[in-house]
Design a protein around this ligand. Structure first.
Ligand SMILES: [Zn+2]
Length: 235
């Protein structure tokens, strides 16, 4: 099927934005973080992943993809019981709430009807804050909708759950920027643990681009169904 009209907002001129907007008044906000992701993955994994998935969804559905927001609260840096103080740039929960609220209001001023917030970082309450802001937005605006989610929200648990630099995130990184990964930096001869390695979830060592693509395909299938419903109601 032919790609829908879409674009990267920050790279477009006004006439180009308007051409997409007239057909698809939809904005996608990929929410990332600058967070330590163990030895083998880049600091920006969450934003790289969310940006890639937003672009893939926009190609199917149409709309404008905003640049990733690399600001997050509740990083591994301050996670209780572990000691990974380096390579994370963390912001307060209040600031995250304010950015999200103000961003949505700015998009209302530009008359976007549907806003998708896809967070690649699911620390808590960071993720809960984005969901709360979206809930409040939806109560305030009856004729617009903000869909806030993390990619695992719409996937079966056997395929993907919240994880930190584990099998799921590493496989998705392999889809969107494989050149930034160094699998050889992972220990080869022992079990991987959160405390020692800063990895939470399934062992990342068997990660593959094939599994990453399987996640993306399943995600897009479910997200397209949801978007068709939202477009029917709000566009
Ligand atoms: Zn992550």
């Amino acid at each position: 099927m032919k790609n829908k009209t879409w674009g990267n907002y920050e790279r477009m001129r006004p006439d180009q934005i308007e051409t997409v907007f007239e057909k698809h008044p939809i904005a996608y906000i990929p929410w990332g973080a600058l967070e330590y992701h163990s030895y083998h993955n880049p600091i920006g994994l969450d934003g790289i992943k969310a940006h890639g998935m937003c672009e893939d969804l926009a190609k199917k559905v149409g709309g404008l993809v905003m640049p990733p927001i690399y600001l997050a609260a509740n990083l591994i840096k301050t996670y209780p019981g572990v000691n990974f103080p380096k390579h994370s740039i963390e912001f307060s929960e209040n600031l995250i709430r304010m950015i999200c609220e103000e961003y949505l209001e700015q998009l209302v001023e530009q008359d976007f009807k549907i806003i998708v917030i896809l967070t690649g970082h699911a620390g808590e309450p960071h993720f809960q804050i984005l969901n709360e802001v979206a809930d409040n937005f939806n109560k305030k605006y009856a004729n617009r909708y903000c869909w806030s989610l993390a990619e695992f929200d719409i996937l079966p648990d056997e395929m993907l759950t919240a994880n930190h630099s584990a099998l799921g995130e590493t496989s998705l990184q392999m889809v969107y920027a494989p050149d930034l990964i160094a699998m050889e930096r992972l220990p080869q001869d022992r079990e991987i643990t959160l405390v020692e390695d800063g990895i939470a979830g399934r062992d990342p060592r068997p990660s593959t681009v094939e599994f990453g693509n399987k996640i993306v395909t399943a995600f897009l299938k479910e997200a397209e169904i949801k978007m068709a419903d939202l477009i029917g109601k709000y566009q």
